[in-house]
Design a protein around this ligand. Structure first.
Ligand code: ADP
Ligand code: MG
Length: 683
């Protein structure tokens, strides 16, 4: 617990003694300033409502006249039940109070009372949680609810805060300059803080919130944008003077014209590569949007500039697939493409590494084998990683430290909602391919209940009879890899019997040895297996264009983005593909999620929806969300403000006045305190 020299300890507030102070310290409140800024995390809504509009089981506050003598009944030693009839408008309702016998004396026939509680619409009964003698008090429409520890009560804390405001409100100082406050008509900091603690009206509360949402986002974005700027300026990257003519020649040889989105991102990447700064760019594009070609073009330019390129992918089978498609694209243009995986051993490996060091290999493709110590490039200019979210931060860092600060392009097929991207990847540049190559057949997705499984299998049979292949994705048991595997084995055994003598079924799960996984994938790829039963491990970019059918068990347990990734394994060839979601969602949201899957093939739409339905915390899974925490702001609902703040922060960071003029002093010192200052060693 540290108190800055200019801060007052909370014991300066009347009523806070040593003991209370200790408890408040537990809550992170050490100074009067902390107390003033300890914000409620929600509000209890005590506004009056018309019973007509209140749903069953909803919480409601009503005002009415006592219409019967209250009757009190004891049962057990301490338990009691007090009931009274109250006339609320046209409604004669019953109010029930549990274990509050003393309230009997506080209400007499014809008194006006206000009660809050759960409304049983069918029986016309309110189970009262909060009672107030007399008419409804508008002042208390919204009661802030603070997160508490120890014996500190909500009311007590609220009183302390009130006292703090009475005596020390001058300690709240504005951190945004008048220009910004004026531009967005924002409430000043002291007033806004007061309104959050003691709201007068919904509109005041909204304005107060709006101010803090902007402040939080702006501060956060300033930090990210400053990081980004300094990282660029202090990382002496390489200027890759690629050959524009050769590049044009190369794109002309492609079997298809680039989509508009591909052209746009190629330009964004090229501009980075030419610049003296180090590229740190995220390339997002839905499954099948054509990221590989973009990567090939970038790697090609790097080679024309006299450098080597590397492409790093998460699994060996993907490395092989990429090596194949890159060779197809780049070898005709005279580039030498090599594959380095763990199965390249002994002499072959030694030879390859020598050639790499001599600069005889232009493009090296592999798994994290690429970042091992003995892998030395002659002059590495560009590193591309596919499915970056599968690489740990450390692996990414080692990669970036290889050679002389190569440019780095992270590719991902997991569409990250825009609002999360600018938050989580705020210090990176983001390029998005938001357009599919023309003429793609959309995957047909259907939602089926469990009892329709026989029909689904018949459907699957028909596809197989036409020479196609199928994936079966197994039931997911949350947080239990072991049970997942067991499930996969069960389904595998059932399907073995079902397809016996007709089609070959393979099994794939995370507990298989990497060699076994590769073997299974290879057999499926070559159509030696027609059905692949698998846990979610197939999710990453495998490409078997002849697979046109996917059945996903327990689909309601997967995130929308994950379902979309899985579904992306089919629909990769010329034939119509199908995805069947077997699901019995119990909630409305669950049903809605299944419906959306059947309605759209757009990964970005799904990811936005996923975020909306599940919230940002769940989006990246439980392990590490990397999401910043905001006290007031909500990344999903306040995304417009987030975008505005991001743009403001970017232009501030790049303006001279921000770094010079006194009006920005507060924000500059905020950055300094956050450890983001020019010249600092970052990363
Ligand atoms: P992903 O973004 O999932 O990595 P790929 O790069 O594998 O997508 O591309 C998917 C398929 O689309 C490939 O067969 C590729 O050759 C093809 N493709 C890529 N760009 C275009 C385009 N502009 N026009 C037509 N087909 C394209
Ligand atoms: Mg790909």
């Amino acid at each position: 617990m540290k108190i800055h020299s200019d801060e007052l300890t909370i014991q300066n507030i009347k009523g806070i003694g040593e003991e209370t102070a200790l408890q408040l310290n537990q809550m992170g409140i050490n100074s009067v300033q902390d107390l003033l800024e300890y914000l409620p995390y929600r509000y209890e809504d005590y506004r009056l409502r018309d019973l007509e509009e209140v749903d069953h089981d909803e919480r409601v506050t009503v005002e009415g006249k006592v219409h019967s003598e209250p009757s009190l009944m004891y049962y057990g030693r301490k338990k009691s039940r007090l009931t009274v009839r109250i006339l609320v408008g046209r409604y004669l309702i019953q109010a029930v109070f549990f274990n509050q016998p003393y309230l009997k004396k506080k209400m007499a026939l014809h008194d006006t009372v206000t009660v809050t509680g759960k409304w049983d619409k069918n029986r016309q009964v309110i189970t009262v949680q909060h009672f107030q003698a007399g008419p409804h008090n508008k002042e208390g429409d919204f009661e802030p609810v603070y997160s508490l520890k120890g014996n500190v009560k909500n009311n007590t804390l609220s009183k302390f805060i009130k006292k703090a405001f009475e005596e020390y409100s001058h300690l709240v100082s504005e951190n945004l300059p008048a220009a910004l406050l004026g531009k967005y008509k924002l409430m000043n900091r002291e007033e806004a803080l007061y309104q959050l603690h003691f709201p007068h009206s919904p509109s005041d509360m909204k304005q107060a919130r709006r101010r803090f949402v902007y402040e939080e986002f702006l501060l956060f974005q300033l930090k990210m944008q400053a990081l980004r700027k300094f990282e660029r300026e202090h990382s002496s990257g390489i200027q890759q003077h690629y050959d524009v003519e050769k590049l044009k020649g190369f794109t002309d040889t492609l079997p298809f014209p680039l989509t508009g989105a591909q052209k746009r991102v190629v330009n964004e990447i090229s501009a980075d590569m030419k610049s003296p700064y180090r590229m740190n760019r995220l390339l997002q594009g839905d499954v099948g949007s054509g990221k590989t070609v973009v990567a090939a073009i970038a790697l090609f330019s790097s080679v024309t500039a006299g450098y080597q390129g590397a492409l790093m992918v998460p699994t060996e089978i993907l490395a092989e697939q990429h090596a194949e498609s890159m060779s197809e694209l780049l070898s005709p243009a005279g580039l030498s493409v090599a594959l380095l995986t763990s199965s390249v051993k002994g002499k072959r490996r030694k030879l390859l590494l020598e050639k790499l060091k001599e600069g005889e290999v232009d493009i090296l493709i592999g798994t994290h084998a690429l970042i091992q110590d003995d892998v030395e490039f002659k002059s590495l200019g560009l590193v591309v990683t596919d499915e970056q979210h599968r690489f740990g931060v450390n692996q990414r860092r080692i990669l970036r430290e290889k050679g002389n600060s190569p440019d780095v392009l992270f590719m991902t097929a997991t569409p990250i909602p825009r609002t999360l991207a600018i938050t989580v990847f705020g210090e990176m540049d983001v390029s998005i391919i938001d357009e599919m190559p023309a003429g793609r057949k959309a995957i047909e997705t259907h939602w089926a209940k469990a009892d329709m499984l026989p029909r689904v299998l018949t459907f699957m049979d028909k596809e197989l009879d036409q020479g196609r292949q199928a994936y079966v994705i197994c039931p997911l048991i949350e947080e239990s890899d072991k049970l997942d595997v067991q499930n996969a084995i069960d389904v595998y055994n059932q399907l073995l019997v079902y397809f016996q003598g007709r089609y070959k079924v393979g099994l794939m799960h995370g507990r298989l040895h990497p060699d076994e996984k590769d073997e299974v994938m290879r057999r499926f790829s070559s159509n030696d297996l027609q059905v692949l039963v698998s846990t979610t491990v197939v999710e990453v970019g495998v490409n078997v264009p002849n697979a046109t059918f996917m059945l996903i068990y327990d689909a309601e347990r997967f995130g929308l983005s994950q379902l979309h990734q899985l579904r992306g394994r089919v629909g990769r060839g010329e034939n119509q593909s199908y995805c069947i979601l077997l699901a019995e969602p119990k909630t409305e949201v669950g049903k809605e999620r299944m419906k959306i899957m059947t309605e759209t093939n757009d990964g970005f739409v799904l990811s936005e929806k996923d975020l909306e339905l599940r919230g940002p915390g769940d989006f990246f899974g439980k392990k590490q969300s990397g999401l910043p925490e905001f006290k007031v702001a909500d990344m999903v609902h306040d995304y417009r403000a987030l975008e505005v703040a991001r743009d403001d922060a970017a232009s501030l960071i790049n303006s001279e006045s921000f770094w010079k003029n006194p009006e920005w002093e507060r924000l500059r010192s905020y950055l300094a305190e956050a450890g983001v200052m020019e010249g600092e060693k970052l990363d």
